[in-house]
Design a protein around this ligand. Structure first.
Ligand code: SAH
Ligand code: SF4
Length: 427
């Protein structure tokens, strides 16, 4: 039965990835005005397979009358081989390839700029709409290759030390735009020729390129959880990137109710942008703290730990991120408060040297003082690391997504007015 206009309007507003109904190609919508009215020849948009989780891909293949395992084969071509053309998916029947070409596509996000640093760091700027851009950064460290992924264009939470926050919020990314960042980084290694041969199916096999993914780029992932979850499930999926749950991390500034939803929905690592050991200071640095103060944030961390501890051999811990701001949160008394605050929350602390940006109201704590702060925490029995700063020559530090990216919000305009000479060159 045809839906009423109101219902179908609502359905259309629903993000496509939330509903398998969006996969149905059979257009039953009729033009019922008059017999003479022009025939509606609108072609339904193709389904972008890059953003579908395994479950959604299988549901989609069912709508095509295809077997489940075909979904897995296509996922491997897309995510493991970096292939976007159905004609190159050689283990699919010709008839299926033709059908897919008609109804579906594999469309990664559009890269407008890329910068590869001398130290191996790679950065891509992705345009998701005119003047709406996000960054993805890959940071190599020994055997490890960590990709820092964005979840939103800009961010509404306006932390005082964060250049993303200064740009304001523009829009959520879709699952295809989130996992697409992983696809782009992976593809760049495939293009480098990191293959080791072909398997029995004729598929290219390779040494694994990415080892870790952190949701620490632009945006607050818990405010876009509906899109972040299917994307993260692909990071873990053996038919896609097959990363271990300990090597996939979601970072949040502490949106407490969504932390519980995240805890129930997926098992990956959790990082919390703590940055201050008391409410007074945290209210100033991370304004969402006024809504969800430290007592509630710590309780949510404990619930995450309890939920995931059970099935585990070895203890899970929350990573507490703490940006070192000179004279603001870096004194011995702050370390002492931190030691108390985290006493019953199994955690490891990651000290982040502040990454300055034009007109930033802070300076970074001098290195020797960061080390003293670290030692105070280590003496109290904590695991405490200092984040290495990499990719300085391409402004690529994770979490430091400079106001070079344009958007149209007022906050961004104000900010950009102060930072006029801070633009990058289109390549
Ligand atoms: N919104 C999420 C994830 C993105 S921010 C969150 O806040 O956790 C990723 C990390 O980079 C956060 O810990 C953030 O506090 C940090 N960060 C932001 N601006 C920074 C800067 N200028 N220097 C160093 N770290 C920064
Ligand atoms: Fe948003 Fe995270 Fe930046 Fe805060 S630190 S403004 S939550 S991106």
């Amino acid at each position: 039965m045809a839906q009423s206009g109101r219902e179908s309007g609502e359905l259309m507003q629903r993000p496509q990835y939330l509903s398998t109904a969006a996969f149905v190609h059979d257009k039953s919508g009729k033009n019922d005005m008059t017999d003479a009215a022009p025939i509606d020849v609108t072609v339904p948009p193709k389904v972008n397979l890059i953003g579908l989780s395994r479950e959604q891909m299988e549901a989609y293949f069912a709508t095509l009358g295809e077997k489940k395992f075909r979904a897995g084969q296509v996922m491997k071509w897309i995510h493991q081989q970096g292939i976007t053309e159905f004609s190159e998916m050689t283990n699919l029947a010709k008839s299926l390839r033709v059908k897919l070409e008609q109804y579906a596509e594999v469309r990664p996000p559009k890269v407008t700029h890329k910068h590869f640093s001398a130290d191996g760091t790679r950065k891509w700027i992705i345009e998701v709409a005119p003047n709406a851009m996000v960054e993805t950064v890959l940071i190599p460290d020994g055997d490890r290759k960590t990709l820092c992924v964005s979840s939103q264009v800009g961010c509404a939470l306006d932390c005082s030390f964060c250049s993303t926050g200064k740009q304001g919020f523009m829009r959520d990314l879709t699952p295809a735009e989130i996992i697409g960042q992983v696809w782009i980084a992976n593809r760049s290694y495939l293009d480098d020729g990191e293959f080791s041969g072909r398997n029995a199916d004729g598929e290219l096999t390779r040494t694994r390129a990415l080892t870790n993914v952190v949701m620490m780029g632009m945006g607050e992932p818990l405010l876009n959880l509906d899109a972040v979850l299917p994307a993260m499930s692909l990071m873990l999926d053996d038919y896609a990137y097959g990363l271990s749950k300990r090597r996939v991390t979601l970072s949040t500034s502490g949106v407490v109710p969504m932390m519980d939803k995240f805890t129930q929905a997926i098992d990956v690592s959790l990082a919390v942008s703590l940055h201050a050991p008391n409410d007074e200071l945290r209210n100033e640095l991370v304004p969402i703290n006024k809504k969800y103060p430290l007592s509630e944030l710590m309780a949510a961390c404990k619930r995450w730990l309890v939920h995931h501890q059970g099935s585990e051999v070895g203890r899970r811990r929350v990573t507490m991120e703490y940006v070192m701001l000179a004279g603001v949160n870096d004194q011995p008394e702050h370390a002492a408060q931190l030691i108390e605050l985290l006493r019953d929350v199994p955690s490891k602390i990651n000290l982040i040297p502040f990454n300055p940006f034009p007109h930033a109201p802070y300076d970074s704590t001098p290195r020797v003082q960061i080390i003293e702060f670290q030692n105070q925490l280590i003496r109290a029995g904590y695991t405490c690391t200092i984040r290495a700063t990499r990719g300085d020559d391409i402004d690529a530090a994770c979490g430091q997504l400079v106001g070079q990216v344009k958007d149209r919000t007022r906050r961004a305009e104000r900010w950009q007015a102060q930072t006029r000479n801070n633009e990058i060159i289109r390549v």
